[in-house]
Design a protein around this ligand. Structure first.
Ligand SMILES: O=C(O)CCC(=O)C(=O)O
Length: 348
Protein backbone atom coordinates (compact mmCIF):
# COMPACT_ATOMS: atom_id res chain seq x y z
CA UNK A 1 0.00 0.00 0.00
CA UNK A 2 1.43 3.34 -1.01
CA UNK A 3 0.39 6.56 0.60
CA UNK A 4 0.09 10.06 -0.86
CA UNK A 5 1.92 12.34 1.56
CA UNK A 6 -0.31 15.37 1.56
CA UNK A 7 -1.40 15.38 5.17
CA UNK A 8 -4.68 17.30 4.95
CA UNK A 9 -8.22 15.98 5.26
CA UNK A 10 -8.98 12.52 4.05
CA UNK A 11 -11.61 9.88 4.53
CA UNK A 12 -11.50 6.17 3.87
CA UNK A 13 -8.58 3.87 3.36
CA UNK A 14 -5.46 4.24 1.26
CA UNK A 15 -5.46 1.13 -0.82
CA UNK A 16 -8.55 1.59 -2.99
CA UNK A 17 -6.82 2.08 -6.28
CA UNK A 18 -8.12 1.15 -9.70
CA UNK A 19 -6.06 -0.79 -12.24
CA UNK A 20 -4.36 2.40 -13.43
CA UNK A 21 -3.15 3.22 -9.95
CA UNK A 22 -5.72 5.98 -9.57
CA UNK A 23 -7.32 6.55 -6.21
CA UNK A 24 -11.05 6.05 -6.09
CA UNK A 25 -13.77 8.38 -4.87
CA UNK A 26 -12.86 10.63 -1.99
CA UNK A 27 -10.01 8.46 -0.70
CA UNK A 28 -7.22 10.71 -1.97
CA UNK A 29 -5.71 12.98 0.67
CA UNK A 30 -6.50 16.42 -0.62
CA UNK A 31 -8.15 19.57 0.55
CA UNK A 32 -11.78 19.43 -0.36
CA UNK A 33 -13.70 22.39 -1.64
CA UNK A 34 -16.23 24.26 0.47
CA UNK A 35 -19.83 23.28 -0.29
CA UNK A 36 -22.21 26.22 -0.05
CA UNK A 37 -25.67 25.42 1.22
CA UNK A 38 -27.68 28.57 0.45
CA UNK A 39 -27.83 31.07 -2.41
CA UNK A 40 -26.89 33.77 0.14
CA UNK A 41 -23.62 31.94 0.79
CA UNK A 42 -23.04 31.84 -2.98
CA UNK A 43 -23.67 35.58 -3.26
CA UNK A 44 -21.24 36.24 -0.39
CA UNK A 45 -18.60 34.06 -2.06
CA UNK A 46 -18.79 36.33 -5.14
CA UNK A 47 -18.27 39.30 -2.80
CA UNK A 48 -14.73 38.13 -1.97
CA UNK A 49 -12.17 40.04 -4.10
CA UNK A 50 -11.21 38.06 -7.18
CA UNK A 51 -7.58 37.53 -6.22
CA UNK A 52 -8.62 35.88 -2.93
CA UNK A 53 -11.65 34.02 -4.21
CA UNK A 54 -11.48 30.25 -3.94
CA UNK A 55 -13.36 27.77 -6.10
CA UNK A 56 -16.46 26.35 -4.42
CA UNK A 57 -19.26 23.85 -4.88
CA UNK A 58 -22.96 24.70 -4.75
CA UNK A 59 -24.82 21.93 -2.91
CA UNK A 60 -27.34 19.89 -4.88
CA UNK A 61 -30.40 20.60 -2.74
CA UNK A 62 -30.36 24.13 -4.18
CA UNK A 63 -30.82 22.85 -7.72
CA UNK A 64 -33.05 19.85 -7.10
CA UNK A 65 -36.15 21.24 -8.81
CA UNK A 66 -34.45 22.12 -12.08
CA UNK A 67 -35.91 20.12 -15.02
CA UNK A 68 -32.48 20.00 -16.75
CA UNK A 69 -31.46 16.85 -14.82
CA UNK A 70 -34.38 14.87 -16.18
CA UNK A 71 -34.07 16.37 -19.65
CA UNK A 72 -30.30 16.01 -20.18
CA UNK A 73 -28.83 13.78 -17.46
CA UNK A 74 -28.98 10.35 -19.12
CA UNK A 75 -27.92 8.50 -22.26
CA UNK A 76 -31.54 8.23 -23.49
CA UNK A 77 -32.15 11.93 -22.93
CA UNK A 78 -28.97 12.90 -24.74
CA UNK A 79 -29.77 10.70 -27.72
CA UNK A 80 -33.27 12.05 -27.91
CA UNK A 81 -32.26 15.69 -27.61
CA UNK A 82 -29.17 15.84 -29.84
CA UNK A 83 -28.49 12.32 -31.18
CA UNK A 84 -27.98 13.56 -34.74
CA UNK A 85 -25.66 16.48 -34.19
CA UNK A 86 -21.92 16.38 -34.74
CA UNK A 87 -19.94 15.20 -31.71
CA UNK A 88 -16.49 16.04 -30.41
CA UNK A 89 -15.09 12.66 -29.43
CA UNK A 90 -11.93 11.42 -27.80
CA UNK A 91 -11.20 8.28 -25.84
CA UNK A 92 -10.06 8.25 -22.20
CA UNK A 93 -6.79 9.63 -23.44
CA UNK A 94 -8.32 13.10 -23.43
CA UNK A 95 -6.51 12.89 -20.14
CA UNK A 96 -3.25 13.07 -22.14
CA UNK A 97 -4.42 16.20 -23.88
CA UNK A 98 -3.29 15.22 -27.35
CA UNK A 99 -5.26 16.52 -30.34
CA UNK A 100 -4.33 13.29 -32.14
CA UNK A 101 -6.76 11.46 -29.90
CA UNK A 102 -9.76 13.27 -31.35
CA UNK A 103 -11.96 10.98 -33.42
CA UNK A 104 -13.74 12.68 -36.30
CA UNK A 105 -16.96 11.91 -38.17
CA UNK A 106 -19.25 10.96 -35.29
CA UNK A 107 -22.71 12.16 -34.35
CA UNK A 108 -23.63 12.01 -30.67
CA UNK A 109 -25.65 8.83 -31.34
CA UNK A 110 -22.95 7.02 -33.29
CA UNK A 111 -20.31 8.03 -30.71
CA UNK A 112 -22.47 6.69 -27.88
CA UNK A 113 -23.22 3.47 -29.80
CA UNK A 114 -19.55 2.99 -30.65
CA UNK A 115 -18.44 3.66 -27.09
CA UNK A 116 -21.00 1.24 -25.63
CA UNK A 117 -19.89 -1.54 -27.94
CA UNK A 118 -16.24 -0.86 -27.12
CA UNK A 119 -15.47 0.25 -30.70
CA UNK A 120 -13.70 3.44 -29.68
CA UNK A 121 -10.95 1.45 -28.00
CA UNK A 122 -11.28 3.11 -24.61
CA UNK A 123 -13.64 5.09 -22.41
CA UNK A 124 -15.29 7.86 -24.40
CA UNK A 125 -15.25 11.57 -23.78
CA UNK A 126 -18.09 12.88 -25.98
CA UNK A 127 -19.01 16.52 -26.18
CA UNK A 128 -20.74 19.19 -28.20
CA UNK A 129 -21.04 22.94 -28.18
CA UNK A 130 -24.66 24.08 -27.99
CA UNK A 131 -25.68 26.71 -30.52
CA UNK A 132 -27.40 29.82 -29.20
CA UNK A 133 -30.80 28.26 -29.99
CA UNK A 134 -30.02 25.06 -28.19
CA UNK A 135 -28.49 26.86 -25.22
CA UNK A 136 -31.56 29.14 -24.96
CA UNK A 137 -33.70 26.00 -24.75
CA UNK A 138 -31.44 24.38 -22.13
CA UNK A 139 -31.29 27.63 -20.21
CA UNK A 140 -35.05 27.51 -19.61
CA UNK A 141 -34.60 24.25 -17.71
CA UNK A 142 -32.12 25.62 -15.22
CA UNK A 143 -32.65 28.35 -12.79
CA UNK A 144 -29.09 29.60 -12.73
CA UNK A 145 -28.79 32.73 -10.55
CA UNK A 146 -27.44 35.98 -11.93
CA UNK A 147 -23.96 35.51 -10.44
CA UNK A 148 -23.41 32.78 -13.03
CA UNK A 149 -25.05 34.57 -15.92
CA UNK A 150 -23.46 37.06 -18.30
CA UNK A 151 -26.49 37.67 -20.51
CA UNK A 152 -26.45 41.32 -19.38
CA UNK A 153 -23.16 41.71 -21.27
CA UNK A 154 -23.67 39.38 -24.20
CA UNK A 155 -27.07 40.79 -25.15
CA UNK A 156 -25.15 43.81 -26.49
CA UNK A 157 -24.19 41.60 -29.44
CA UNK A 158 -27.81 41.20 -30.57
CA UNK A 159 -29.25 37.77 -31.49
CA UNK A 160 -27.33 37.30 -34.76
CA UNK A 161 -23.90 38.04 -33.38
CA UNK A 162 -24.68 36.29 -30.13
CA UNK A 163 -25.07 33.16 -32.28
CA UNK A 164 -21.69 33.96 -33.91
CA UNK A 165 -20.26 34.33 -30.43
CA UNK A 166 -21.36 30.82 -29.43
CA UNK A 167 -19.95 29.57 -32.71
CA UNK A 168 -16.56 31.25 -32.19
CA UNK A 169 -15.93 30.61 -28.49
CA UNK A 170 -16.21 27.53 -26.27
CA UNK A 171 -18.55 29.48 -24.00
CA UNK A 172 -20.88 26.52 -23.35
CA UNK A 173 -20.00 22.85 -23.64
CA UNK A 174 -21.82 19.61 -22.90
CA UNK A 175 -19.77 16.54 -21.90
CA UNK A 176 -20.55 12.89 -21.50
CA UNK A 177 -17.59 11.10 -19.94
CA UNK A 178 -17.60 7.33 -19.51
CA UNK A 179 -16.09 5.56 -16.50
CA UNK A 180 -12.30 5.86 -16.78
CA UNK A 181 -12.34 9.00 -18.98
CA UNK A 182 -11.18 12.45 -17.96
CA UNK A 183 -9.56 15.64 -19.16
CA UNK A 184 -5.86 16.26 -18.66
CA UNK A 185 -4.53 19.01 -16.36
CA UNK A 186 -4.84 22.39 -18.10
CA UNK A 187 -5.87 26.01 -17.77
CA UNK A 188 -8.33 27.71 -20.13
CA UNK A 189 -7.26 30.40 -22.52
CA UNK A 190 -9.76 33.23 -22.09
CA UNK A 191 -9.67 34.94 -18.70
CA UNK A 192 -13.15 34.27 -17.34
CA UNK A 193 -15.06 32.48 -14.60
CA UNK A 194 -16.29 28.96 -15.13
CA UNK A 195 -18.97 26.76 -13.74
CA UNK A 196 -19.85 23.18 -14.40
CA UNK A 197 -23.20 21.68 -13.52
CA UNK A 198 -23.18 17.93 -12.93
CA UNK A 199 -26.34 16.63 -14.62
CA UNK A 200 -25.96 12.91 -14.01
CA UNK A 201 -23.36 10.48 -12.66
CA UNK A 202 -20.36 12.00 -10.91
CA UNK A 203 -16.94 13.40 -11.79
CA UNK A 204 -13.81 14.06 -9.76
CA UNK A 205 -12.06 17.41 -10.12
CA UNK A 206 -8.60 18.50 -9.10
CA UNK A 207 -7.80 22.24 -9.02
CA UNK A 208 -4.62 24.22 -8.29
CA UNK A 209 -4.08 27.97 -8.45
CA UNK A 210 -2.75 29.38 -11.72
CA UNK A 211 0.62 30.18 -10.13
CA UNK A 212 1.30 26.47 -9.46
CA UNK A 213 2.53 25.92 -13.02
CA UNK A 214 5.91 24.51 -11.91
CA UNK A 215 4.29 22.20 -9.36
CA UNK A 216 1.93 20.68 -11.95
CA UNK A 217 4.71 20.56 -14.53
CA UNK A 218 2.76 22.79 -16.92
CA UNK A 219 -0.05 20.23 -16.94
CA UNK A 220 2.03 17.07 -17.47
CA UNK A 221 1.21 15.68 -14.06
CA UNK A 222 -1.74 13.29 -13.62
CA UNK A 223 -3.16 14.42 -10.28
CA UNK A 224 -5.25 11.24 -9.94
CA UNK A 225 -2.25 8.91 -10.31
CA UNK A 226 0.12 7.68 -7.66
CA UNK A 227 3.33 7.58 -9.70
CA UNK A 228 3.87 11.32 -9.51
CA UNK A 229 6.40 11.01 -6.66
CA UNK A 230 9.19 9.68 -8.86
CA UNK A 231 8.30 11.41 -12.09
CA UNK A 232 7.11 14.77 -10.76
CA UNK A 233 8.72 15.32 -7.33
CA UNK A 234 7.60 18.95 -6.99
CA UNK A 235 3.95 17.90 -7.19
CA UNK A 236 4.07 16.33 -3.70
CA UNK A 237 4.83 19.75 -2.25
CA UNK A 238 2.19 21.48 -4.43
CA UNK A 239 -0.62 18.99 -3.93
CA UNK A 240 -1.64 20.06 -0.37
CA UNK A 241 -2.31 23.59 -1.66
CA UNK A 242 -4.64 22.23 -4.35
CA UNK A 243 -8.23 21.06 -4.11
CA UNK A 244 -10.05 17.89 -4.93
CA UNK A 245 -13.79 17.43 -5.14
CA UNK A 246 -16.09 14.63 -6.25
CA UNK A 247 -18.98 16.35 -7.92
CA UNK A 248 -22.35 14.60 -7.57
CA UNK A 249 -25.43 15.10 -9.73
CA UNK A 250 -27.03 18.46 -9.01
CA UNK A 251 -23.85 20.13 -7.80
CA UNK A 252 -22.24 23.17 -9.41
CA UNK A 253 -18.50 23.77 -9.28
CA UNK A 254 -17.22 27.34 -9.70
CA UNK A 255 -13.58 28.22 -10.50
CA UNK A 256 -11.45 30.59 -12.61
CA UNK A 257 -10.09 29.89 -16.05
CA UNK A 258 -6.51 30.49 -14.95
CA UNK A 259 -6.65 27.72 -12.32
CA UNK A 260 -5.11 24.37 -13.30
CA UNK A 261 -7.79 21.71 -13.43
CA UNK A 262 -8.07 18.04 -14.27
CA UNK A 263 -11.03 15.65 -14.27
CA UNK A 264 -11.55 11.94 -13.95
CA UNK A 265 -14.58 9.63 -13.84
CA UNK A 266 -14.07 6.71 -11.50
CA UNK A 267 -13.21 3.60 -13.50
CA UNK A 268 -15.83 1.61 -11.58
CA UNK A 269 -18.61 4.19 -11.95
CA UNK A 270 -21.90 2.55 -12.92
CA UNK A 271 -23.12 5.61 -14.85
CA UNK A 272 -21.28 7.91 -17.25
CA UNK A 273 -20.92 11.51 -16.17
CA UNK A 274 -23.13 14.13 -17.85
CA UNK A 275 -22.23 17.77 -17.36
CA UNK A 276 -22.49 21.27 -18.76
CA UNK A 277 -19.54 23.61 -18.64
CA UNK A 278 -19.91 27.34 -19.06
CA UNK A 279 -17.51 30.23 -19.20
CA UNK A 280 -18.91 33.55 -18.04
CA UNK A 281 -17.79 37.06 -17.28
CA UNK A 282 -18.84 39.71 -14.83
CA UNK A 283 -17.68 43.17 -13.75
CA UNK A 284 -14.69 41.70 -11.86
CA UNK A 285 -13.33 40.05 -14.99
CA UNK A 286 -13.84 43.21 -17.06
CA UNK A 287 -11.96 45.28 -14.44
CA UNK A 288 -8.87 43.05 -14.49
CA UNK A 289 -5.74 44.77 -15.81
CA UNK A 290 -2.34 43.26 -16.51
CA UNK A 291 0.14 44.56 -13.90
CA UNK A 292 2.79 44.61 -16.65
CA UNK A 293 1.01 46.42 -19.49
CA UNK A 294 -1.95 48.06 -17.69
CA UNK A 295 -4.18 46.64 -20.46
CA UNK A 296 -7.42 44.72 -19.79
CA UNK A 297 -6.71 41.05 -19.25
CA UNK A 298 -10.06 40.00 -20.70
CA UNK A 299 -9.83 40.64 -24.42
CA UNK A 300 -11.61 38.20 -26.65
CA UNK A 301 -10.06 39.67 -29.82
CA UNK A 302 -6.67 38.47 -28.60
CA UNK A 303 -7.93 35.03 -27.80
CA UNK A 304 -6.58 31.95 -29.41
CA UNK A 305 -10.05 30.56 -30.13
CA UNK A 306 -11.07 33.76 -31.85
CA UNK A 307 -7.98 33.94 -34.03
CA UNK A 308 -8.80 30.53 -35.42
CA UNK A 309 -12.30 31.62 -36.43
CA UNK A 310 -12.02 35.25 -37.32
CA UNK A 311 -12.06 35.00 -41.08
CA UNK A 312 -15.58 33.56 -40.93
CA UNK A 313 -17.59 36.72 -40.45
CA UNK A 314 -16.33 40.27 -40.89
CA UNK A 315 -19.18 42.05 -39.11
CA UNK A 316 -18.81 40.00 -35.96
CA UNK A 317 -15.37 41.26 -34.81
CA UNK A 318 -16.52 44.89 -35.21
CA UNK A 319 -19.61 44.24 -33.13
CA UNK A 320 -17.65 42.32 -30.49
CA UNK A 321 -15.14 45.15 -30.22
CA UNK A 322 -17.91 47.73 -29.79
CA UNK A 323 -19.58 45.61 -27.12
CA UNK A 324 -16.33 45.09 -25.21
CA UNK A 325 -15.80 48.88 -25.16
CA UNK A 326 -19.36 49.37 -23.92
CA UNK A 327 -18.85 46.77 -21.17
CA UNK A 328 -15.67 48.51 -20.02
CA UNK A 329 -17.22 51.99 -20.12
CA UNK A 330 -20.23 50.83 -18.15
CA UNK A 331 -18.07 49.26 -15.43
CA UNK A 332 -15.83 52.34 -15.36
CA UNK A 333 -18.84 54.70 -15.00
CA UNK A 334 -20.22 52.58 -12.18
CA UNK A 335 -16.86 52.55 -10.34
CA UNK A 336 -16.66 56.35 -10.68
CA UNK A 337 -20.12 56.77 -9.13
CA UNK A 338 -19.26 54.39 -6.26
CA UNK A 339 -15.98 56.21 -5.54
CA UNK A 340 -17.72 59.59 -5.64
CA UNK A 341 -20.47 58.45 -3.26
CA UNK A 342 -17.93 56.96 -0.85
CA UNK A 343 -16.29 60.42 -0.59
CA UNK A 344 -19.54 61.56 1.06
CA UNK A 345 -19.78 58.48 3.28
CA UNK A 346 -22.38 56.58 1.21
CA UNK A 347 -21.93 52.99 0.16
CA UNK A 348 -23.87 51.24 -2.61
O1 LIG B 1 -15.67 18.40 -17.73
C1 LIG B 1 -14.51 18.01 -17.87
O2 LIG B 1 -14.21 16.81 -17.74
C2 LIG B 1 -13.41 18.95 -18.15
C3 LIG B 1 -13.82 20.17 -18.86
C4 LIG B 1 -12.76 21.20 -18.87
O3 LIG B 1 -11.93 21.24 -18.03
C5 LIG B 1 -12.69 22.20 -19.92
O4 LIG B 1 -13.40 22.05 -20.94
O5 LIG B 1 -11.95 23.18 -19.74
Amino acid sequence: MRRVETGTTTTGTWDDRDDNGRLQGSQQAERHLARLHSWDEVRNAFGVPLEHREPFVVASHLTKDWPIFEEWGSMEALNQQVGDIEALVSVGRAIEGSEDDTIEGHTIRSALDASLSGLLGGPAFVGFRPTLNLWSKMRQSLNIPKYFDDTRFLSCLGPRHMADFYEAFNWKMFFLSQAGAGMHMHTDADRAHLYTLQLGGSKSWFLCRGNETRGVYSGRVDAFALENGEKFPLFAETQPRCYRTDLAAGEILYWHSDWWHQTYVDKNATSPSFSILSLFIDEDIIRLKSPKTGKPVFDLMQSHQYKRKKSANLEFPKKLNICMKKWRNKVHRWDTIVNFMSLFGFSL
